[in-house]
Write a protein of this length. Structure first.
Ligand code: NDP
Ligand code: BG6
Length: 513
């Protein structure tokens, strides 16, 4: 597989120094994420020769699972979910070093037994191995797991624990500001911040990383990236899927906790932050935190609210009839959980004063699309005043994060002919056309970066708190209001009409991606 026909992403990665010998332990290894994303990610890293020669995988969970059965589950999940077909030779190399330990997440003895297992595996390797501990359980057990990693000595197996033990923590990181702060304190009681890798898988997406390159490696954009030229910014994270079988989880979460507080706010931070002084992880994270802290508190007054929440009702998606949210499995018929939210944000800094940032995310929308649209101010209309001859649009630059990854610039151009007539036209850059398809999945990049000790694409503790500081007052307000202000939208639409009104008030309208 390692030849010049490889995806450019991989050619870039192969310049990385290799990861040190690694034992990765996954808590919650019998779960959905492990099967659909983590095991396939590990397998695809092996396909690309990006795993260290000394590598071992240990699953951990409450239900006893013999090693053979765990290996079979992992094999089947690769067959079902890997982006590339299973190669038995490559799998065999992982399989012979795959093990399973069972025990409760609050049972110290079981953690001590896990530590002994890790030490036995390391002894077989014949050399020191770093521990990457991936916490992929429901958040209700994050705290006991972290505490037991400390109490059992797993977190401090080496004197030089900083570079030998890393902990990766899945989302959601807390459900509000207090719980996020509490979880950060628990973690800080056991680990140094540089050992902690809080996941937001959107940061692992290639196009999200490309945002930094497009912004800071092109001199044509940076001079325009401010209130002088930008009229508004629109960030859309739309899904056509409904809640499916995750109704129980989603009822406690809703669109703002599930998508806005993390993925959408990260897209906003990368779009609007100041240039970092270097590509050092801390430099980038410092800028993101500064930006998140500069967002003005949300106006929740019904007359002029910055926020709209809504639930989907039944409708048609891709030509198929789908049920409404309240009819879904695990969802209360009186549910007060939003499946859509849109926010109008104002950033209180020199660059962005007066430029609205519109964010929206919802399930069961017209189609799956994530994009960031920078809408520029209209040109002065002295030369081409608007009439039927001059169809002029404001310029825009749109980053298509997924699907159809790429970017598009909207310009005005002359329609060929003797008369001077104008029309908006699009200039496209498409990833697949330039670099080919089969881009690695976000989890491949993130698992590899955690092994390499590169925290750039992970969330720092203060970042998550800054984001919760904005969102928590909103949840408190909704909790006090019950159903009041909850809008509906038909499945397969672009969301509630009320969300359009918020933009009309400022003379804007949502793009139709
Ligand atoms: P699961 O619900 O599948 O749970 C994972 C494992 O944790 C289960 O197999 C089970 O293992 C154990 N577990 C389940 N419920 C409980 C409980 N109430 N108390 C203690 N242990 C429990 O979760 P996912 O795999 O879907 O998700 C794991 C983490 O990843 C979560 O934090 C989730 O928010 C996050 N995530 C998941 C995504 C996904 O697509 N699935 C996407 C993004 C983030 P056992 O019984 O063997 O102990
Ligand atoms: C997860 C959310 O974090 O992201 C899910 O919990 C959502 O509800 C998913 O469907 C979307 O991720 P992606 O990569 O498919 O856009």
């Amino acid at each position: 597989m390692s030849d010049d026909s490889r995806h450019p992403f991989l050619k870039g990665l192969s310049k990385h120094r290799g990861a040190q010998p690694t034992i990765i332990t996954i808590f919650g290894a019998s779960g959905d994420l492990c099967a659909r994303k983590l095991v396939p990610a590990i397998y695809n890293l092996a396909v690309d020769n990006l795993l260290p020669a000394d590598f071992s995988l240990i699953g951990y969970g409450r239900k006893p699972i013999p090693d053979d059965e765990f290996r079979k589950l992992a094999h089947d999940s690769i067959t079902q979910f890997s982006r590339r077909p299973l190669n038995e030779d490559i799998w065999n190399r992982i399989e012979k070093n795959a093990h399973y330990c069972s025990g409760g997440y609050d049972e110290l003895d079981a953690f001590v037994a896990l530590k002994e297992k890790i030490e036995a595996v390391e002894k077989d390797m014949g050399r020191e191995a770093q521990s990457v501990i991936y916490v992929s359980t429901p958040p209700s057990v994050f705290e006991p797991i972290i505490k037991n990693l400390g109490a059992s000595g797993l977190a401090t197996r080496y004197q030089d624990a900083d570079s030998h033990t890393k902990v990766v923590i899945e989302k959601p990181f807390g459900k509000d500001l207090d719980s996020a702060r509490h979880l950060n304190k628990v973690i800080q009681g056991v680990f140094q911040e540089r050992q902690v890798y809080r996941i937001d898988h959107y940061l692992g997406k290639e196009t999200v990383q490309d945002l930094l390159v497009q912004r800071f490696a092109n001199s044509i954009f940076e001079p325009l990236w401010n209130r002088q030229y930008v009229d508004n910014v629109q960030i859309t994270v739309a899904e056509s899927l409904g809640v499916g079988t995750r109704g129980g989880y989603y009822e406690q979460s809703g669109a703002t906790r599930d998508m806005i507080q993390n993925h959408t706010m990260q897209l906003l931070a990368l779009t609007a932050m100041e240039p970092p002084v270097s590509l050092d992880p801390e430099a980038i994270r410092d800028e993101k935190v500064k930006l998140l802290k500069a967002i003005k508190p949300l106006n929740l007054d019904y007359q002029n609210s910055d926020v709209i929440r809504a639930q989907y009702t039944e409708g048609l998606v891709d030509g198929q009839k789908v049920e409404g949210y309240r009819q879904s499995e695990g969802v209360s018929p009186e549910s007060e959980t939003e499946t859509y939210a849109s926010l109008r944000l104002n950033i209180n800094n020199w660059r962005w004063e007066g430029v609205p940032f519109y964010l929206r995310s919802g399930k069961r929308m017209a189609r799956r699309v994530t994009e960031i649209a920078i809408q520029f101010k209209r040109p002065p209309s002295t030369l081409f005043s608007e009439n039927e001859m001059f169809n002029l649009a404001a310029n825009s630059l749109v980053f298509q994060i997924q699907p159809d990854e790429g970017s598009t610039v909207l310009l005005n151009a002359k329609i060929p002919g003797l008369q001077t007539r104008t029309q908006p036209v699009k200039m496209h850059f498409k990833y697949s056309a330039t670099f080919g398809s089969n881009t690695p999945e976000a989890y491949e990049r993130l698992v590899l970066d955690a092994m390499l000790g590169d925290g750039t694409l992970f969330i720092r503790g203060d970042e998550t708190e800054a984001s919760w500081s904005l969102i928590t007052p909103l949840h408190e307000f909704w909790a006090s209001e019950g159903q009041r202000g909850m809008e509906n939208y038909v499945s397969g639409s672009w969301g509630p009409r009320a969300a359009d009104r918020v933009l009309w008030e400022k003379g804007h309208e949502w793009r139709r991606p």
